[in-house]
Design a protein around this ligand. Structure first.
Ligand code: HEM
Length: 143
C-alpha cells in the first residue's frame, strides 16, 4: 500500500520535472535563441523554480525510499535492477552539478552572448530527465 503512494508521488514529481524542462527546451529556449533575448528563459525559470525544485526533491526522497523497500544495493551494478537505480543516482548527481553551475556561474551574469552555454545546460538536463523517466519505467518493464 505504501509503495503505491510512493510511486504516485514519484510519478507526479516526474511529470513536473520532465514536463517543465520539455516546455522550457521546446517552447522558450528556441524563442530566446532566435530573438537573442534572455528574458523568455529567465522569466520561465523564475516562475518554474518554486515548483520544479520541490518536485525534484520529492523525486529524490520517494526514489531513495522505494529503493530501500526494494533493498537496492547502492553503487552496485550486479543486477539489472541495481544498475537501473544506480544509473539514476549518477544521472541525478550530474543534474545537480549542472544546475549548480547554472545557478552559481551562468545565471548571475547572463547576457545574450552566454545564451548558447545556457542552452547546452538546459538541453542536457532535459535529455537526462527523459533518460531518468525511461530508466524508471525500465525497473518494471525491463531495459
Ligand atoms: C528526475 C528524476 C526522476 C525521474 C523523472 C524518475 C522517473 C521515474 C518513473 C517514471 C518511474 C516509473 C514508476 C513505475 O512505473 O512504477 C520511476 C521508478 C522508480 N524510480 Fe525514479 N525518477 C527519478 C529519480 C529517481 C531517483 C533519484 C531515484 C533513487 C535513487 C529513483 C528511484 C526509482 C525507483 C526505485 C523506481 C521503481 C518504483 C517501482 O516501479 O515500483 N528515481 N522513476
Amino acid at each position: 500500500m505504501m509503495l503505491r503512494w510512493l510511486v504516485i508521488a514519484h510519478v507526479l514529481g516526474a511529470t513536473i520535472w520532465v514536463g517543465g524542462h520539455l516546455i522550457l527546451a521546446i517552447r522558450y529556449l528556441p524563442k530566446a535563441l532566435k530573438e537573442k533575448d534572455i528574458s523568455p528563459v529567465v522569466d520561465f525559470e523564475k516562475h518554474y523554480e518554486a515548483l520544479g525544485l520541490p518536485a525534484l526533491f520529492l523525486q529524490i526522497i520517494t526514489g531513495i525510499w522505494m529503493a530501500s523497500i526494494y533493498q537496492i544495493k547502492w553503487f552496485s551494478f550486479d543486477t539489472v535492477q541495481y544498475s537501473i537505480i544506480n544509473l539514476k543516482l549518477i544521472l541525478l548527481i550530474t543534474t545537480l552539478l549542472l544546475a549548480l553551475h547554472v545557478r552559481i556561474v551562468i545565471l548571475p551574469e547572463l547576457t545574450p552572448k552566454k545564451l548558447p552555454m545556457l542552452a547546452l545546460h538546459i538541453i542536457l538536463v532535459t535529455v537526462i530527465a527523459v533518460a531518468m523517466l525511461y530508466l524508471g519505467l525500465s525497473f518494471r518493464l525491463g531495459l
